[in-house]
Ligand binder design. Structure first.
Ligand SMILES: [Zn+2]
Ligand SMILES: [Zn+2]
Length: 255
């Protein structure tokens, strides 16, 4: 697998951090993990093969995670690069995903799901096991963030695994869900004294890392209060027992 960070930021406009979006290249195909508003531009900027994207995972419906979904589908509908495409695009997310796409459509009569290639939208329940793409095993976990918010665990045919929390409050069981992952891609919204329960601060994230014992932790969804901080250094003060990397837009990690 290879992970490319498209957006390491949040809903707060930031000059260096786009809203949440990550591109994952697997032996089964490519997956877009969340679709923050800038993802359409960021995919092109990173020279990724967006016309052939195989699947989209939507963790929850906050606009810093879905703001680019309708624009992406509007793009594939009208761009010359996708005119000859016939292979299907899968879109996965929690309950309400179909309603959200209908609402986008109704706002401008876009017919976003009516394209030259089939689009299949699948709503997934928490604690579900399914194949996200052929040979790419997936599991979900309900996170304490919104009603529909889900963490995702992906395992390829070679056994390499990535766990993506997306936005979440602290839940002990999330550490168990991520146990032994090659990469634990975690939100770490705040450094300390988090203003709301529905996100993680560094101490929370490091407790989860200690429980999960992954090979590597990648911290993303970084609010501007992290600007200028030595995030990895601060993380190591909590003795997480593994390498901790701070996400930056454009970072590429081979797993
Ligand atoms: Zn968010
Ligand atoms: Zn959120």
């Amino acid at each position: 697998m290879e992970l490319i960070v498209l957006g390491s930021g949040t809903s707060v406009p930031h000059p260096l951090r786009a809203a949440s979006a990550h591109w994952l290249e697997t032996s089964s195909g490519s997956v877009l993990l969340d679709a923050g508003a800038a993802c359409v531009h960021r995919m092109a900027q990173e020279k990724l093969d967006w016309p052939k994207l195989d699947a989209i995972w939507i963790s929850h419906f906050h606009l810093d995670h879905v703001g680019g979904l309708a624009p992406f589908l509007f793009g594939t509908k009208h761009a010359p690069q996708t005119r000859g495409r016939r292979k299907p695009l899968m879109i996965y997310g929690g309950y309400g995903l179909k309603k959200l796409l209908r609402a986008f459509d109704e706002a401008g009569n876009y017919k976003l799901l009516d394209q030259s290639f089939p689009i299949e939208v699948r709503e997934v329940a928490p604690r579900t096991k399914f194949e996200l793409l052929p040979g790419l095993a997936a599991q979900t976990f309900s996170t304490p963030h919104t009603r529909e918010s889900l963490a995702l665990r992906l395992t390829d045919e070679g056994g390499t695994s990535l766990v993506y929390t997306s936005d979440t409050g602290y839940a002990e069981a999330l550490g168990a869900f991520a146990e032994g992952a090659n990469l634990f891609l975690m939100e770490c919204s705040f450094w300390r004294d988090k203003p709301i329960e529905a996100h993680l601060e560094l101490a929370d994230a490091m407790r989860l890392a200690k429980r999960a014992r992954p090979q590597k932790v990648l911290l993303a969804h970084l609010y501007p209060e992290w600007d200028g901080a030595d995030i990895s250094g601060e993380a190591q003060k909590h003795k997480p027992g593994c390498e901790v990397i701070a996400a930056t837009d454009g970072l590429r990690l081979k797993l």
